[in-house]
Write a protein that binds this ligand. Structure first.
Ligand code: CP
Ligand code: NVA
Length: 309
C-alpha cells in the first residue's frame, strides 16, 4: 500500500507539485462558475470518501471550506471539536489517528502544537492535512496564491510584502517564495520576526526573502501587501503585542508605496484599524473576500492531491 500523502508543510513540496495543486484549484473554480454552492462538481471525484476534521482551535473559513469543498467533490464529512472527543480526556494522538484511519479516508486537523499534527500523521494510515498550527498554515497559502494569480497573473517575479507578525501564515509564505519564484519582503517588530530556521531553510534553496523592521521599505514597489492579526490564537502576550505592532499597521500611505495596482490580502479574521486600516481592507485594492472564497477551491485541490488514486 502506498504511504499516505500528508499535506503538512509546503517546504516538502516541489515546485511542480505546488503548481499542479494551484492549477487544479483554478480549473475547478472555473468549471463550476455559476453553480450554486451546494451543487456537486460534475465528476464527483471523491464520491465514496469521507473526511474527518478535528478542531483544537476556533475556525470559520477552514471548517466551512473543507466541509463544503469535500461535499462538492462528492465526499462526506465529520466535524469534531477536539475537546468533545476522547482526546479531551487524554486518549493519545496516536490511538486517535489509528482509530480514525479505520473510519475515514482523510483527516484534517487544526492543532495548537505543530508536533501533534506530525505525531498524528506518523501514526495515521490515511492522509493528514494541517488546517493550521502554531507553526504554519499551508492551506491558507494555496488560496492566497490563487487570489494573487487571479488579480495579477503568475506570481513568479512578483514582490510580496508581509507586514506585521512573523507568524504561522508568514511561515507558509516563506516556504513557497523560492519554489514559486517570487520576492518576499517581511517587516516585523523586534521579537516578532519569523523563525530564523524557516527563513534560512528557504534562502538555502534560493528563495529571495528579506527580513527587516522597516514596513515602508518592505512595501516599496510590492505587488501584494499582506498582513494578519497581531495576536494569534494561543498567543498569551497580548499587551506586549498591542504595544509593539501599531507602527506596522497597513495604512493607505503604506499601500501607496506599493505598485499602482497592488493587492491587499488578509487571511481573516481581521481587526479593522489594528493591523489594517478600515480604508484599506474595505477599499478597492482589497481582495479579502475572493481570498476567503478561494479557500474552498484551494482546499478541494489539496483534498484531491491527498486522495489521488
Ligand atoms: N483564515 C482562516 O484560516 O480562517 P479560520 O480561522 O476562520 O478558519
Ligand atoms: N495567525 C492567525 C491565523 C488565523 C487564521 C492565528 O493563528 O490565529
Amino acid at each position: 500500500m502506498r504511504a499516505p500523502r500528508h499535506f503538512i508543510d509546503l517546504a516538502t513540496f516541489d515546485p511542480a507539485e505546488l503548481r499542479a495543486i494551484l492549477d487544479e484549484a483554478h480549473r475547478r473554480k472555473a468549471a463550476r462558475a455559476g453553480a450554486t454552492k451546494g451543487a456537486k462538481d460534475a465528476d464527483v471525484p471523491l464520491l465514496g470518501r469521507a473526511l474527518a476534521m478535528i478542531f483544537q482551535k476556533n475556525s470559520t473559513r477552514t471548517r466551512v471550506s473543507f466541509d463544503v469543498g469535500m461535499r462538492q467533490l462528492g465526499g462526506e464529512t465529520v466535524i469534531l471539536n477536539a475537546a468533545d472527543t476522547q482526546l479531551g480526556r487524554g486518549e493519545t494522538i496516536e490511538d486517535t489517528a489509528r482509530v480514525l484511519s479505520r473510519m475515514v479516508d482523510a483527516v484534517m486537523i487544526r492543532a495548537n502544537a505543530h508536533a501533534d499534527v506530525e505525531a498524528f500523521a506518523a501514526a495515521a494510515s490515511v492522509p493528514v492535512i494541517n488546517g493550521l498550527t502554531d507553526v504554519s498554515h499551508p492551506c491558507q497559502i494555496i488560496a492566497d496564491l490563487m487570489t494573487i494569480e487571479e488579480r495579477l497573473g503568475p506570481v513568479k517575479g512578483k514582490k510580496v510584502a508581509w507586514i506585521g507578525d512573523g507568524n504561522n501564515v508568514c511561515a507558509s509564505f516563506i516556504q513557497v517564495a523560492g519554489k514559486l519564484d517570487f520576492d518576499l519582503a517581511i517587516a516585523s517588530p523586534k521579537g516578532y520576526l519569523p523563525r530564523t530556521q524557516d527563513v534560512q531553510a528557504a534562502q538555502a534553496e534560493g528563495a529571495r526573502i528579506s527580513v527587516s523592521q522597516k514596513p515602508e521599505a518592505a512595501a516599496e514597489g510590492a505587488h501584494v501587501i499582506v498582513t494578519d492579526c497581531w495576536v494569534s490564537m494561543g498567543d498569551a502576550d497580548k499587551d506586549e503585542r498591542m504595544a509593539a505592532f501599531p507602527p506596522y499597521q497597513v495604512t493607505p500611505a503604506l499601500m501607496a508605496r506599493g505598485a499602482k495596482d497592488a493587492v491587499f490580502l488578509h487571511c481573516l479574521p481581521a481587526h479593522r484599524d489594528e493591523e489594517v486600516a478600515a480604508a484599506v481592507i474595505d477599499g478597492p485594492q482589497s481582495a479579502i473576500f475572493d481570498e476567503a472564497e478561494n479557500r474552498i477551491h484551494a482546499q478541494k485541490a489539496v483534498l484531491l492531491w491527498c486522495l489521488a488514486p
